[in-house]
Design a protein around this ligand. Structure first.
Ligand code: PLP
Length: 399
């Protein structure tokens, strides 16, 4: 049953012949619908409709429409998600809003498994607000014990970008709530990867990427979720005109919109937003539970095959699939060169310093046969020591 669903979704993507693409966790593949949509937006909407397109082609409503489609994948009620800006900027908006709500408490609690940019943004927020906040970063396993009455905000990424280790969002959010701690969840490696239930967990804020498992294209807009009960209590730090209650009244003073719209700042990147909107059509009729089941199947096959074939690679991801996102990572001191050799043989994953090779499994377009084939190529790279070739040692700006 699920296999046939995914036979169909695979045809919705345009993948180069012969490539096994295991990097959809970093940049999702190109949905055919996105290619067609961007062409139409350029040729018709922009080229012909010009400024009228804001109304006639629905540009002005795209952020809400895209937010609604993403909301369905992450357990967010209608009207609680908006597509805007980048993940880093949305984190800035969420964190400043949360700290203002949190009052006297000064601690932002996060962990060493977080994506560094999230920690950098927290540093910047602390400096900018200048109110004596403090970033406390503990080991992932110590987060639960560190949640207490002194904490203002718990700021976590659900899935560790390097290892794929997945936090228990429900349990950590429940404990945070019991201690009056606001929560911000970064869903960069969750949205579109497995079922997320923001509403059920009682999360206060969430943010995430449009270009990873949501396949919106390079630099696609990100999204931000605010729990409906909080929306009207928030004072936005990026108080731009499109988050105003009446942008086209051009009042001189800021009055925030009475909805998730107040998390908007300025004009959205329409072409990218349209690509993401079209990309989200591949989820029509798809249940995230089926995606999760298939993702676990793919990851289990890959781990089993790689461990049987490549004894010098060490699994860096949790062995228990329930504690893992939709990626598998291995460690090897020659990780960078190994990945370069793999890519040269058309198995595309990526490398994360200092020694992790990372493989994302996206059931919409990766099959069990791909998982086996990728392991076979990896076996060849290891057995024939192809990674020792000098051309695979050369680092580009992006790894
Ligand atoms: C990919 C990723 C980001 C990226 O942020 P951008 O603003 O899109 O560059 C942020 N946080 C996490 C956890 C990520 O994995």
């Amino acid at each position: 049953m699920t296999a046939s669903i995914f036979d169909k979704t695979r045809t919705l993507f345009d993948l180069p012949e012969g490539v096994i693409y295991l990097d959809g966790n970093s940049l999702g593949a190109l949905p055919r619908a996105a290619r067609e949509r961007v062409a139409r937006e350029v040729n018709h909407s922009w080229g012909h409709e010009l400024i009228r397109a804001w109304n006639t082609c629905g540009w002005i409503d795209l952020p809400a429409e895209v937010g609604r489609k993403i909301g369905r994948l992450i357990g967010a009620p209608e009207g609680s998600v908006i597509a805007a800006d980048s993940t880093s900027i949305n984190l800035f908006k969420a964190l400043t809003a949360a700290l203002r709500l949190a009052g006297e408490r000064k601690v932002i609690l996060s962990d060493t498994g977080n994506f560094p940019s999230d920690l950098y943004i927290a540093e910047g927020v602390i400096e900018t607000m200048g109110q004596g906040h403090r970033l406390k970063v503990v080991a992932p396993d110590d987060v639960e014990a560190a949640i207490g009455d002194d904490v203002a905000v718990l700021m976590l990424t659900e899935v560790d970008y390097a290892t794929g280790r997945k936090h228990d969002m429900k349990a950590l959010t429940a404990k945070a709530r019991a201690h009056g701690v606001l929560t911000i969840w970064d869903l960069a490696h969750s949205a579109g990867a497995f079922p997320v239930d923001l509403h059920g967990a009682g999360a206060d804020f969430a943010i995430g990427c449009g270009y990873k498992y949501l396949n919106g294209g390079p630099g696609a807009p990100a999204f931000i979720y605010v729990r409906p009960e909080l929306q009207e209590k928030i004072t936005p730090s990026l108080s731009g005109w499109l988050g105003h209650d009446a942008p086209f009244q051009f009042e001189l003073g800021y009055r925030p919109a009475g909805s998730i719209d107040r998390m908007r700042a300025g004009t959205p990147p329409v072409l990218s937003m349209a690509a993401l909107d079209a990309a989200l059509s591949v989820w029509d009729g798809i249940e995230m539970a089926d995606v999760r089941a298939r993702s676990i199947e793919l990851c289990e096959i890959f781990i089993r095959e790689v461990e049987a074939r490549c004894p010098t690679l060490t699994l860096a991801s949790p062995r228990n699939p329930e504690q893992r996102g939709s990626q598998v990572s291995f460690r090897h001191e020659q990780g960078f060169a190994i990945m370069q050799a793999l890519i040269a043989h058309l198995v595309i994953g990526d490398f994360r310093a200092p020694n992790i090779i990372r493989f994302g499994f996206t059931p919409l377009y990766v099959t069990p046969a791909d998982a086996v084939k990728a392991a076979e190529v990896l076996e060849r790279v290891m057995k024939e020591r192809l990674y020792e070739k000098p051309e695979y040692q050369k680092k580009g700006k992006v790894t």
